[in-house]
Ligand binder design. Structure first.
Ligand code: HEC
Length: 127
C-alpha cells in the first residue's frame, strides 16, 4: 500500500523534526509553534508541551459542548469539566480523549488529530 518513497520521506521528516526539536530545546526558551507542532506529529512528546487552548475551544464547541455544556462547565450528558485539572492532568486528559469510556465517543484519530487532542486538552485544563 505505502510506496517506498512515501515511507522514506516520512522517515526523513521525522528526522528533520527531531533535529529541529533538539536545536530548539537547547536554544532559546521561546519554542515556536511550528517546532511544537512537528514535535507532536513526530510523536516526540516534549515535556509538558501544551496545546493551543484557543483552537481547543473551537474544537470543544464543535465536538464536546453537546454533552459537556457550551463552556464545558455546565455538564449535561457528560459531567461538568470545571476544575478538571484537579482530577486529570494534561497528559491524563489527552489519554482520556484518545480512549474514553462509553458513552463518551472516541473521536481520535478520525475527527481529532494528535494536535487537536492536545489543543482541546489544553482548553479543558483551563476550565
Ligand atoms: C456523547 C456525549 C459526549 C461527548 C460528545 C463528549 N463527552 Fe466527554 N464525557 C462524556 C461522559 C458521559 C463522560 C463520563 C464517562 C465516565 O466517567 O465513565 C465524559 C467524561 C469526560 C472527561 C473525564 C471527566 C472526569 O471525570 O475526569 C473528559 C476530560 C471529557 N469527557 C472530555 C471531553 C472532550 C474534550 C470532548 C470532545 C472532544 C468530549 N468529552 C466529548 C460524554 C461525552
Amino acid at each position: 500500500m505505502l510506496r517506498p518513497n512515501r515511507v522514506l520521506s516520512f522517515v526523513l521528516s521525522l528526522a528533520i523534526a527531531g533535529v529541529l526539536v533538539a536545536a530548539c530545546s537547547k536554544g532559546s526558551s521561546n519554542s515556536n509553534q511550528g517546532a511544537n507542532m512537528m514535535a507532536t506529529s513526530a510523536g516526540n512528546s516534549m515535556m509538558m508541551a501544551m496545546g493551543d487552548a484557543a483552537h481547543g475551544k473551537k474544537l470543544f464547541t464543535q465536538n464536546c459542548a453537546s454533552c459537556h455544556g457550551p463552556t464545558g462547565r455546565e455538564g449535561g450528558v457528560g459531567p461538568s469539566l470545571k476544575n478538571e485539572r484537579s482530577r486529570k492532568n494534561n497528559s491524563q486528559t489527552m489519554a482520556w480523549i484518545k480512549d474514553p469510556q462509553p458513552p463518551m465517543p472516541k473521536l481520535y484519530p478520525v475527527t481529532l488529530s494528535d494536535k487537536d487532542v492536545a489543543d482541546v486538552a489544553a482548553f479543558v485544563q483551563s476550565l
